[in-house]
Design a protein around this ligand. Sequence first.
Ligand code: NDP
Ligand code: A1CAB
Length: 280
Amino acid sequence: MLDNETIAFLGAGSMAESMISGVVTAEKMLGGQVYVTNKSNADRLMNLRTKYGVQALPQSELPFEEIDLFILAMKPKGAKEALASIKDKLKPNQVVLSVLAGITTEFMEQHLNDDQQVIRVMPNTSSMIQESATAVVAGKNATKENVELATELLGCMGQVYIIEEDQMDVFTGLAGSGPAYFYYLMEHMERVGVENGIDEETVRKMVAQTIYGAAKMVLNQNEAPSSLREKVTSPNGTTASGLEALSRFNGGEAISQAVQHAAKRSKEISKELEGAAVKP
Ligand SMILES: NC(=O)C1=CN([C@@H]2O[C@H](COP(=O)(O)OP(=O)(O)OC[C@H]3O[C@@H](n4cnc5c(N)ncnc54)[C@H](OP(=O)(O)O)[C@@H]3O)[C@@H](O)[C@H]2O)C=CC1
Ligand SMILES: O=C(O)[C@@H]1CCC=N1
């Protein structure tokens, strides 16, 4: 399916690059089928062109007619302007897919032509190495084929989950923002290793391998994290002592609050932009 499609990223930042890397690495599309544009940073476009062999050019030079799927990848506050800039050039069978946190399918539909096919997705930056956990929500006019196309494209970047739109805020808190929590955890683990005499480069690998191994156990062993945790924890051993400290310092609650706050922020972004949309 992808070999006949042409896609265009509107936005050339971290998320767009991660997705471009995923799709180019998967070799499901040629560089010539992937366009990328941004607001004004020409050096950035040149960099993406050199690195990934994609068609990176100013939006005014995009061959609109040839594009099957537009991917919105700017900051949420730029969504309205971006949708307005493409609305009149779009044909009904061109799909608009957004990766923007907090931008609902309804918001996109309101700012595009009647019947425009839209899809909302939430990937994460692990798309770069084809290990994203990505959620997909179809807009009211999206067809089964649109969803299949999005799923195939996003499948180049990792695992894809079709969810309900009211689950998107929490998914954003879990998986869109999720990599940052693990990087934060790793920063703290690394620091203790370094303070105890292990060089930074080595401790980085040790910590990353530990997290990677734990994630792989959950995925491969078909066993709940709580059960796997118990297997690590010897009575009166080192892990019991570490977990006791985690509990004493409210580690579990901190993680849960991180997810809930990110989800709340996603909802707030929707409300802020919907509010802005009704103002004259
Ligand atoms: N980073 C992440 O981990 C994730 C991000 N997202 C979502 O992805 C989106 C982008 O995030 P991120 O990549 O981090 O942001 P960046 O700030 O890295 O990139 C934003 C990009 O958007 C471009 N841009 C701004 N306005 C327009 C416009 N009207 N038309 C075309 N391009 C435009 C900017 O161009 P210029 O530089 O020229 O101004 C820049 O290339 C956000 O909405 C975010 O919610 C979703 C999942 C994960
Ligand atoms: O921080 C953000 O708002 C974006 C969305 C998910 C990850 N990064």
